[in-house]
Design a binder for this molecule. Structure first.
Ligand code: 8YV
Length: 329
């Protein structure tokens, strides 16, 4: 029997490709060529499964061109690149890569918070530019992290990881807002108190965004929300571009309406709003919150194991639309 065909849209670990090749006829992209959407659709012809990253948009239009497709496995916990309803309607399984990146991403969120609060990249640029001539009492004075109020918007697994780091490691007062309130045991384990979004905006010294992107979270932080924050506050976004109105944030940072921002994700990335690039009080990183090799390997393996589990035994590990499984003939 000939093997099912699987497409891997971006370059990933060779050992993950080798594992997939044990089961499937794999077309991969070892040169990591940037495929246009038309090229992606072309490459997907005849494919039963596709291994995607957050960059490949799987929507109704693409699905209509790929009637043989049965599964899209995302190497990302976020899946706003998938139209899950359209996939379910066409009987295509969607899977993501949760859990394996939780602690690594929470580490990075905390690192970005600290770098922003203590003005680490701004001061490093100053030093590298040869501007450091002498000590002065208020040079690059930042804001304290220990004992400050840590606000978290979006209290899923990664948000909880950041809460634990703040509460146990830095004695922070942790408050959060989420679509639904956590149970008392989880709140207790995170030492986190549930507050309204308004209270969160008004009282956080450091506000970290970890909510998923959807139409309802688009520009959840815009000019009106930033206006409610303390002038001394810092805003950290490790969630998705589009949750923050980057133009409004750049204007607020320029006018010092808040102290600083740390951004790992951007609207329209890899493009970055040009105003953000010129501001000193923002730490900018290129969407690397999950980027350690062990974690990226675990994410790639989970995406591959979803393809293998589903296509060889009907048993994916982390399905997003399990209704597709029961609806199968
Ligand atoms: C991914 C991420 O590396 O998992 C996510 O949702 O944002 C990152 O960890 C990125 O989406 C590429 O797949």
């Amino acid at each position: 029997m000939s093997k099912l065909k699987v497409l891997v849209a971006r370059a990933v670990f060779p050992e993950v490709i080798a594992k997939l090749e044990q089961h499937f006829d794999v077309t991969s992209n070892p040169a990591d060529e940037p495929w246009s959407r038309a090229q992606l659709i072309g490459k997907m012809q005849g494919m039963t499964g596709v291994f995607t990253t957050g960059a490949e948009r799987i929507d109704k239009e693409l699905l209509a061109e790929c009637p043989q497709l049965k599964i899209c496995a995302n190497m990302a916990v976020g899946y706003n690149n998938f139209d899950v309803d359209a996939m379910t309607a066409q009987g295509v399984l969607a899977t993501n890569a949760p859990d394996v990146l939780t602690e690594t991403t929470a580490d990075f969120g905390f690192a970005l918070l600290m770098a922003t609060a203590r003005r680490m990249t701004e001061s490093e640029h100053y030093l590298r530019a040869g501007k450091w001539q002498r000590w002065s009492y208020d040079m690059f004075a930042g804001s304290d992290v220990h004992g400050a109020t840590l606000g978290i918007l979006g209290m899923g697994r990664i948000g909880q990881g950041i809460a634990r780091r703040g509460a146990y490691g830095f004695g922070m007062k942790v408050i959060y807002h989420n679509r639904s309130r956590l149970d008392a045991a989880t709140e207790g384990a995170c030492k986190a108190a549930y507050v309204s979004k308004e209270e969160l905006l008004k009282t956080s010294d450091h506000l970290v965004l970890v909510l998923p992107y959807s139409a309802s979270s688009h520009h959840a932080i815009g000019a009106a929300e930033i206006a409610q924050m303390k002038p001394s506050a810092n805003l950290i976004n490790i969630a998705r571009g589009g949750i923050v109105d980057d133009a409004a944030l750049a204007a607020a940072l320029r006018d010092r309406r808040i102290a600083g921002a740390g951004l790992d994700v951007f609207e329209g990335e890899p493009k970055v709003h040009p105003d953000l690039l010129t501001l000193p009080n923002v730490v900018l990183t290129p969407h690397i919150a999950s980027a350690t090799l062990p974690t990226r390997l675990a994410m790639a393996n989970l995406a591959a194991d979803n393809l293998i589990g589903f296509l060889t035994q009907g048993k994916p590990l982390t399905p997003l639309n399990p209704a597709v499984l029961t609806a199968r003939p």
